[in-house]
Design a protein around this ligand. Structure first.
Ligand SMILES: [Fe+2]
Length: 283
């Protein structure tokens, strides 16, 4: 089983920067608990952020803006401009939805922590992004071993402000809905990991980041070029395990933004249990 689905809300890994900070653990749990009573159709609840939490957002937002200019793929820089996230406070999920819905129809709803791949991707098919609300520990603002509000919003809402990515996210959700075999779900979730979470692409001679995990991490934006970079290969990505809790040692590079979209369209078109079985047999 992927590490990504073994870390549940309230369980911090021993190397989590906030694991020995009782105050942080209590804050994180309180904010996670807000999502516990939420059901789709009800008003999306707001997280009562403290000033110190807004400070983390302000610090990271300023650092990321600079890094995106240098290291992010051009379509994502344009998408971030269209989205117009605030720099001066953590946006509530309703605020993110208000910015995003006119661009792609996507809206944000809260979850307490990592949810199963099937739950996460199924919501995408319906135009909902299931997002954590708590923020990373102030002692390690430039990297988080688990999804936090910076990752979910700066990383993924930027994706969803791009029309091609928004369409592909919906198609991932539709494809998951066609799969009964959990191995087919895992294959697609691994492709998602190596593309939408940690993907890179070529722009001329430059290697640029587009994965949400890279776009939301100052540390990873500065070091991703040191990773082993392999050519985009859907079968290899779909069969490769990964570790969510460390910098990614292997990245897959598309030749261009159009190449990435073409490869994902080809995978997602009609993807189901049978398509998975054919792909896995090639691995
Ligand atoms: Fe993510």
């Amino acid at each position: 089983m992927d590490v990504a689905v073994t870390l549940f809300a309230g369980e911090l890994g021993t190397d989590h920067p906030g694991v020995r900070d009782e105050g942080y653990r209590a804050r994180r749990s309180a904010i996670a608990a807000i999502a516990g009573d939420y059901r789709r159709g009800a008003a999306v609840p707001q997280a009562p952020y403290a000033d110190e939490e807004h400070d983390v957002w302000r610090l990271v937002a300023a650092q990321l803006r600079d890094r995106h200019e240098r290291f992010a793929a051009t379509p994502l820089v344009a998408a971030a401009d269209r989205l117009g996230l605030p720099d001066d406070h953590i946006p509530q999920l309703v605020e993110v939805s208000a910015l995003l819905a006119p661009l792609s129809g996507f809206r944000y709803e809260p979850v307490a922590g990592l949810v199963s791949p099937r739950d996460f991707y199924s919501a995408l098919g319906d135009g909902w992004f299931r997002s954590t609300q708590y923020i990373r520990h102030a002692s390690a603002p430039f990297y988080t071993p688990e999804p936090d509000v910076i990752h979910e919003v700066v990383g993924h809402a930027t994706h969803l402000a791009d029309p091609t990515f928004a369409r592909l996210y919906r198609e991932v959700g539709a494809a998951i809905a066609r799969c009964a075999d959990e191995r087919a779900v895992q294959f697609l979730s691994r492709v998602f990991w190596f593309t939408f979470e940690f993907g890179v692409l070529r722009e001329g001679r430059d290697l640029k980041a587009y994965g949400a995990g890279l776009l939301s991490s100052v540390g990873e934006l500065e070091t991703f070029a040191d990773a082993e970079v392999r050519p985009l290969d859907v079968v290899e990505m779909g069969l490769r395990a990964y570790d969510i809790t460390r910098y990614q040692p292997v990245l897959y590079a598309a030749d261009s933004f159009a190449h990435l979209a073409d490869e994902l369209d080809a995978l997602l078109d009609g993807y189901d249990d049978d398509a998975y079985a054919r792909l896995a047999a090639r691995g």
